[in-house]
Write a protein that binds this ligand. Structure first.
Ligand SMILES: [Zn+2]
Length: 282
């Protein structure tokens, strides 16, 4: 039996509860596994008696000019950095793009003991530990493995830079895959061949800044369905799907694609600010 969030069957509708308890009271009776979507790519995980945060973004809406490309943030975080509580480790897929690490997200890192990211990020930022592809690190009772990601079409690294995904494993815990900004279904297939993934937090949204024409920088409605198929029975939790102008598809479109493909039961779209509670899935 695996503990995971439930996504299939009439009795296993994912339960979402208001995240209204204080951090202190939560940590005492902390769920072994919980997902709280904060906005964009930012997710707080309770996993293995530790608190984790993916790509920190806590800025209010605003513009991010960088050379010829300006990114526009449209939505602030559902939970502020101050409200998020203590984080034991950050899983930073890459540091070079403000939709994955914005200004206040960068400040947030200063207060976190462990920050895992790409070797490139480790070279650029103090206190960051780089993970090569398939490299493992142990934090508490949890094994974190860096897994490959491709931020666009073949050869995208030259312009998009290097990105990493992560796989979390722990005794009695679901195996969780955090994709980071990845557009490659082939890489998801490769990861699925190495790990029996129970829950996949996929970065979707068809991010596109016209850097590679119509080729998207992250999964889109069609490729996310293919990634879900490659992941078999894994519960798919899409994030990085709204809140920025360059996310060129809606979550509604994504949901319809899963429905048309007969995979609606596999998809659990999190409501920002509302924790997804774990449930037993046999
Ligand atoms: Zn990016």
């Amino acid at each position: 039996m695996t503990n995971t969030i439930a996504a299939t069957g009439s009795q296993s509708t994912p339960s979402q509860s208001a995240d209204s308890q204080s951090t202190a009271s939560r940590s005492e009776g902390a769920a072994p596994f919980e997902i709280l979507h904060i906005g964009g790519p930012t997710v707080r995980l309770r996993y293995g008696n530790l608190t984790w945060l993916t790509d920190p973004t806590f800025d209010e809406p605003g513009d991010y000019p960088a050379g010829p490309i300006t990114l526009h943030k449209l939505t602030g975080p559902a939970v502020s950095a101050a409200e998020i509580g203590t984080v034991d480790a950050v899983l930073l897929s890459h540091d070079q793009h403000p939709d994955n690490l914005d200004r206040s997200g960068r400040e947030f890192l200063a207060g976190v003991e462990r920050v895992l990211s790409t070797p490139d990020a480790a070279a650029r930022m103090e206190g960051v530990q780089g993970l090569a592809n398939w490299e493992e690190v142990r934090i508490g009772e949890v094994t974190v493995t860096g897994v490959p990601a491709l931020h666009g079409p073949e050869g995208a690294e030259a312009l998009s830079g290097v990105v990493t995904g992560f796989v979390l494993q722990g005794a009695g815990l679901p195996t969780v895959y955090v994709s980071g900004d990845n557009a490659s279904v082939d890489l998801v297939t490769e990861i699925a061949a190495r790990f029996d993934i129970d829950v996949a937090i996929l970065f979707v949204g068809a991010a596109n800044v016209d850097r590679f024409g119509d080729s998207d920088l992250t999964l889109n409605g069609r490729s996310a369905v293919k990634a879900a198929a490659a992941l078999g029975n894994a519960t798919i939790v899409p994030v990085h799907g709204e809140g920025w102008a360059h996310f060129s598809e809606t979550l509604d479109y994504l949901t319809r694609n899963f429905g048309y493909a007969g995979r609606a039961d596999q998809l659990v779209v999190p409501t920002p600010g509302v924790a997804l509670s774990p449930a037993a899935r046999i």
